[in-house]
Design a protein around this ligand. Structure first.
Ligand code: RTP
Ligand code: MG
Length: 144
């Protein structure tokens, strides 16, 4: 029995767009063998971010995250492929770019700039359930 290919929601965050790294990051996902099935450039509204980061919205660091994530345009995209959720997270590396492993997107391309928020270039859904929820937020036309 074959299963349907998985999907995940990726955000190339405003620092990735500002630094001209969207092509480099997208290339890594594509070279791994995942397929882009939707992609859009937009500046995120506060309400969208609060929905996306529902698990963090009441945490003390959230205002910094909101400021960072709305500081300029970002690229939202949906990747598809078997086990893409964990594959994309593996390519991204750990949350803190200072200590993320070399070879990962965050480890190779990110660092601490001393700002209020952790700028780490990229978001990827952390489970199939999160992916379905997040795809519905950013790409309602794709939601099943
Ligand atoms: P993401 O959701 O963006 O893929 O990142 P993640 O799973 O690796 O990290 P998560 O714990 O979900 O945190 C979401 C984003 O919030 C910012 N953050 N700041 N100052 C802090 O302690 C802190 N913790 C998290 C980061 O931008 C992180 O990616
Ligand atoms: Mg997360």
């Amino acid at each position: 029995m074959t299963t349907l290919p998985s999907r995940t929601l990726i955000l190339l965050k405003p620092d990735a767009v500002r630094r001209g790294l969207t092509g480099e990051i997208l290339r890594r996902f594509e070279n791994k063998g995942y397929q882009v099935v939707a992609l859009r450039l937009l500046t995120a509204a506060a309400e969208t971010l609060a929905e996306h980061y529902a698990e963090h919205v009441s945490k003390p660091f959230y205002p910094g995250v909101e400021g960072y994530m709305s500081s300029g345009p970002l690229v939202a995209l949906v990747l598809e492929g078997h086990r893409v959720v964990e594959g994309a997270r593996s390519l991204m590396g750990a949350t803190d770019p200072t200590t993320a492993a070399p070879g990962t997107i965050r480890g190779d391309l990110g660092r601490d700039w001393g700002g209020e928020a952790i700028e780490n270039l990229v978001h990827g859904s952390d489970s199939d359930e999160s992916a379905a929820r997040e795809i519905a937020i950013w790409f309602p036309e794709l939601a099943a």
